[in-house]
Design a protein around this ligand. Structure first.
Ligand code: ZN
Ligand code: FE
Length: 256
């Protein structure tokens, strides 16, 4: 086991691609390469030779760089077994509970359907790092493009169960827009309002708000709080089933 060096690359409008370097073995992974050129250029600048691609799901803004990166480096592509026909160049097929290695660093794979039917997340416990694609965003969650609330809510709970100090390396800088919505859900959440001020200040300076800490998501992200009584009360659904409450909050966001 070993801790990773993590390098964040902003690409396209608002995507983040991550380079993960394991210093002992020199293994280097790329999480969700939307594009190839900036990723290959950053790896080159850092002197890191890419050995693996880790894909969370099949969307083009997460796998768009796969083919060219494989062609340039000969790296292995790790993705969900159920999505093997939709992940370009997949060579290592994984499922819930599997462990993968990046040199000496080990990650656990979680199956987290909802945004897509085959979405997975990678958790590196030694690095306190969670790569969750479009499942959890800072103050948000992915749209339910292929899944249902009854799938997404357990997926979010599975990730929420990780330690508070876990850094949430999501795939998009959506945080300011997510705050604009979240504040309409939980007007009386003081932690949310304080976080929102910090987010707006950061964005005003052009600073990134990702990664966030899972502990702060637990306190402020409305999509992780469908079973918290104060959120249920805030949406007028005290005592109701968390899946129904999650459905309501996700529906409000879709119409926001
Ligand atoms: Zn997506
Ligand atoms: Fe995406």
């Amino acid at each position: 086991m070993s801790a990773l060096e993590i390098h964040q690359i902003p690409v396209l409008e608002d995507n983040y691609v991550y380079l993960l370097h394991e210093p002992g073995s020199e293994a280097t992974g790329v999480v969700d390469p939307a594009v190839s050129e900036p990723v290959l250029a950053e790896a080159e600048r850092l002197g890191w030779a890419i050995t693996h691609i880790l894909n969370t799901h099949h969307h083009g803004d997460h796998v768009g760089g796969n083919r060219k990166i494989v062609a340039a480096t000969g790296c292995h592509v790790i993705g969900a077994r159920r999505d093997r026909r939709r992940i370009p160049g997949i060579g290592v097929e994984v499922d819930d509970g599997d462990r993968i290695r990046l040199g000496e660093a080990e990650a656990e794979v979680f199956f987290v359907p909802g945004h897509t039917s085959g979405h997975i997340a990678f958790w590196f416990p030694e690095s306190a790092a969670l790569f969750c694609g479009d499942t959890i965003f800072a103050l948000g969650c992915g749209r339910l493009i292929e899944g249902t609330p009854a799938q997404m809510w357990p997926s979010l709970k599975k990730l929420r169960a990780l330690p508070d100090e876990t850094r949430v390396y999501c795939a998009h800088e959506y945080t300011a827009a997510n705050f604009a919505f979240a504040r309409t859900v939980e007007l009386e959440n003081a932690a949310l309002m304080a976080r929102g001020e910090a987010i707006l200040a950061a964005r005003a300076k052009g600073a990134r708000t990702v990664p966030s800490l899972l502990g702060e998501e637990k306190e402020t992200n409305p999509f992780l709080r469908a079973d918290v009584p104060s959120l249920a009360a805030a949406v007028g659904m005290s005592g109701r089933d968390p899946v129904e409450i999650f459905t309501e909050v996700r529906g409000r966001k879709d119409r926001f």
